[in-house]
Ligand binder design. Sequence first.
Ligand code: XMP
Length: 507
Amino acid sequence: MEKIIVLDFGSQYTQLIARRVREQRVFCEIVPFRVTADDIRRMAPKGIILSGGPASVYSENAPIPPRDIFNLGIPVLGICYGLQLIARLEGGEVDRAAAREFGKAAFTAEDRDDLFRGMPEKFSVWMSHGDHLTAIPGGFVRLGHTPNAGIAAIADRGRRIFGLQFHPEVAHTENGSLILRNFAFGICGCSGQWTPEHFVETSVRKIREQVGAGTVICGLSGGVDSAVTAALVHQAVGDQLFCVFVDTGLMRQNEAEEVQAAFGRFNLRVVQAGRLFLAALAGVTDPEQKRKIIGKTFIDVFEKEAHAIGRTDFLAQGTLYPDVIESVSTWGPSVTIKSHHNVGGLPERLRFKLIEPVRELFKDEVREVGRVLGIPGNLLGRHPFPGPGLAVRILGEITPERIDLIRQADALFIEELKTAGWYDRVWQAFAVLLPSRTVGVMGDERTYEQAAVLRAVTSVDGMTADWARLPYDLLARISNRIINEIRGINRIVYDISSKPPGTIEWE
Ligand code: XMP
């Protein structure tokens, strides 16, 4: 399988590079910069991309790739820090830029033979750098410049090594996708065979081989990742797969019904565990405590179901690529802001072997695969939902009445977003119940009821997010409807914090 690898030097855009390459139907994998030249030879990539990164190539702790990387006969594209690395290792010169450059810059392509083929001479690019090149290494030529970076693109055509000062992977760079395409196809010779159909075909074959005559258990959560995982495994081994859906009583409106409708034809066990979760959460208000209790209760329930099914050899999990690279990233896993308890801990306790068929995919790719597998659109298009469910959207104590209130408010919010055509334009939208009551007036009566928050964010991966600029009229309609139609909520506020410094969820 043809692939391109990205050596990660810690850029915030590393994942984006991989996604943009994959959009060209070329498989792309992120690897830590510390790999050896032998590792790379074994991976046999068609091309290597050196990512950007926050360091300066001359700083003491600058991450440096194996020196041999330029002698493997594999084409290289250095981006930003990657370009500066090429310069440093190949004998060019890098200086603290007189003018640091962040944001848009006007790029002039002086040579449009390969990397910039099919592009106009001038276009807009996205810069984000402190250092820049002041001398081109021997054997290289200049391919372009911007007003503040006299050397913004270089190439050594003989050895097929290219470098860009700007970021082709970000949407603000015009022709960015075409640059990556030119690199992957024109320079590396890829042919773009990596399609969702191809992915399904090869995964199904792999799962069959791995499972043999064994049995697989898979927890469905109502979310996209577990749904696609189950569908892939089912396609591979049919009734050797047993699915378990634990209804925690903390799900969104109709979620349980939709799972049942979509997966009813599988071996599916639905466990009504709402009362159990409620009892375990009684009186608990601390967010991390809630997560721990839900995680533990979930594992207990799941374990019991697994025993009821009988001998199961494998556990299928919907681990995604961002989770995988999080743990192999440049500087090691990032700090835990919130512990994400889904089925963590399950494999250890039950001695399952793991099957993680979508661990190489990004979320949007999982959706594409889901479409190929015939999973209903409403399930695939559903916003992400945290494992602990509504529990972390009810600030303070969790009671059946409060679950009911927030579920209704959430459903109404979502319904209005869908009607207004906004649902698919935001990454996630939901309602949060506040722990305090507020005074209001309805008719001639004083009310003293609960307040809810509406949160809608735009994001590409959930790592960073901005609050969605929903139209005022839409917010007004939603607020009116919730306050009028849902007894017990008398005030609505809209959350205008971004992440960072906020997080998407409130707890
Ligand atoms: P935060 O709130 O950390 O959320 O900005 C980022 C993304 O993760 C989801 N999230 C969770 N998912 N278990 C999960 O499975 C959790 O405990 C959890 N907490 C947050 C959140 O909905 C968003 O998509």
